[in-house]
Design a protein around this ligand. Structure first.
Ligand code: KIV
Length: 286
């Protein structure tokens, strides 16, 4: 499959063709997105909550992001991969923002980076874009400064903050962002912003009237425990399937049903001299 490029995203906006962005953090999730034909993978700093067991995105480091972005890139050659700039990676200075963005591209293999924040981040976005790195903006509920926002709450509910989010979206477009994520904003506001901008607006908890939808992969497949915010639709219950598989394995071991002869290396078997799995290039660990 041919890798998606920014021009495809722009064209889809003009044609009114809706597309999908999903988070991916590792090889298995990247493989699933690639096989399903998803257009854009976001290696989000939601990694902190979803994978690393933190209670926010704040502890996530550049090292975490580079490592997980590279894992996704290796496993999904045709996905357009966006690496997230974690807390303080782009806020201290523009120089550091460019260097950290460069790491996600050079070491992680990302096609673009994502940066949270509104108008005050526009100059930084411009600098990163001038350095040759495409930037996705992120407005509305921006988890890195959720404390300042009063928690994980819908943003843009009053006329003043709605106008600020709309102005910020314009400022990010002018700064050269190729797309903007709008998180947890009222649907009419998101729809109005999508109409006023010429770059794709990607919604999460932002209703129907945007150009694309993004969700956290683990929320969609049911692999995030009891966490189910209103804007998530769960399409599978993978956690239950996994628990059942593990219990079945436990039962088989306890009852002496695992392993059987076909899963063992018997003295007379040719497998004894051959590869452990001749069909696969995967090496055994350990
Ligand atoms: O970090 C993340 O996964 C995100 C998406 C939820 C938009 O920012």
């Amino acid at each position: 499959m041919k890798r998606v490029v920014i021009q495809d995203l722009k064209r889809w906006k003009q044609e009114g063709h809706r597309w999908v962005c999903l988070t991916a953090y590792d090889a298995p999730s990247a493989r699933v997105l690639e096989a399903a034909g998803v257009q854009v993978a976001l290696v989000g700093d939601s990694l902190g909550n979803v994978i690393l067991g933190h209670d926010s995105t704040v502890p996530v480091t550049m090292e975490d992001m580079v490592c997980h972005t590279a894992a996704v890139r290796r496993s999904a050659p045709s996905l357009f991969v966006v690496g997230d700039l974690p807390f303080l990676a782009a806020q201290v200075s523009d120089e550091q923002a460019v260097l950290n963005s460069g790491r996600l591209v050079q070491e992680g293999g990302a096609d673009a980076v994502k940066l949270e924040g509104g108008g005050p981040r526009a100059a930084t976005i411009q600098r990163i874009v001038e350095a040759g790195i495409p930037v996705m903006g992120h407005l509305g509920l921006t988890p890195q400064n959720a404390t300042q926002l009063g928690g994980y709450r819908v943003q843009g509910n009053d006329p003043e903050s709605a106008a600020r989010i709309a102005q910020d979206a314009m400022a990010l477009e002018q700064a050269g962002a190729f797309a903007v994520v709008l998180e947890c904003v009222p649907a009419p506001l998101a729809s109005a912003i999508a109409k006023e901008t010429s770059i794709p607006i990607i919604g999460i908890g932002a209703g129907q009237g945007v150009d694309a939808q993004v969700l956290v992969f683990h929320d969609l497949v049911g692999l995030s425990g009891d966490f189910q915010p209103r804007f998530v639709r769960r399409y599978a219950n993978v956690e239950t399937t996994m628990i059942e598989a593990v219990k079945s394995f436990q039962n088989d071991v306890e009852a002496g049903r695992f392993p059987d002869d076909s899963e063992s290396f018997l003295a007379s078997s040719e497998d004894e001299q051959g590869d452990v799995d001749p069909e696969s290039e995967r090496q055994l660990s350990g």
